[in-house]
Design a protein around this ligand. Structure first.
Ligand SMILES: C[S@@+](CC[C@H](N)C(=O)[O-])C[C@H]1O[C@@H](n2cnc3c(N)ncnc32)[C@H](O)[C@@H]1O
Length: 119
């Protein structure tokens, strides 16, 4: 599973402890990613990479699922927000496997733009 805009949330750690075996976390913030790499250095299945979700560095159809909690809130705070949300959706769609894949976009600050979609 790809966790996009993971930040310093404990969500991935909790999911790891609940049995999710491979959680690939990305965030645009180098500072946060370095903190999380240090924090979880003993959990090899819990990886963190600095990456922009609008230009994901993963091959097509890499993931069974993508989880993005609060990410759209973060993108909407920046310049070119509408275009960047569209790019994020394109990239999420590109890296998802085509069959039975799911993307869950969970909003914390903007519940009116929450959505989930299946492919
Ligand atoms: C509201 S925080 C949510 C963090 C975490 N998912 C949570 O639930 O606590 C939004 C996160 O998205 C990240 N972010 C914003 N724009 C991004 C982008 N273009 N690519 C990757 N991460 C991004 C921010 O650095 C921040 O960590």
């Amino acid at each position: 599973m790809l966790v996009a805009g993971a930040g310093n949330s404990r969500l991935s750690e909790d999911m790891y402890e609940d049995g999710y075996q491979t959680l690939t976390n990305v965030d645009v913030s180098r500072v946060v990613v370095d903190q999380m790499i240090e924090k979880y250095k003993d959990k090899s299945a819990l990886t963190y990479q600095q990456m922009n979700v609008c230009a994901l560095e993963f091959p097509d159809e890499s993931f069974d699922a993508v989880l993005a909690k609060g990410l759209v809130d973060g993108i909407l705070c920046g310049e070119g927000s509408t275009a960047n949300v569209a790019k994020m959706c394109q990239e999420v769609s590109r890296v998802l496997k085509p069959v039975r894949s799911q993307a869950h976009v969970i909003q914390t600050l903007s519940p009116n733009v929450s959505f989930s979609f299946n492919f």
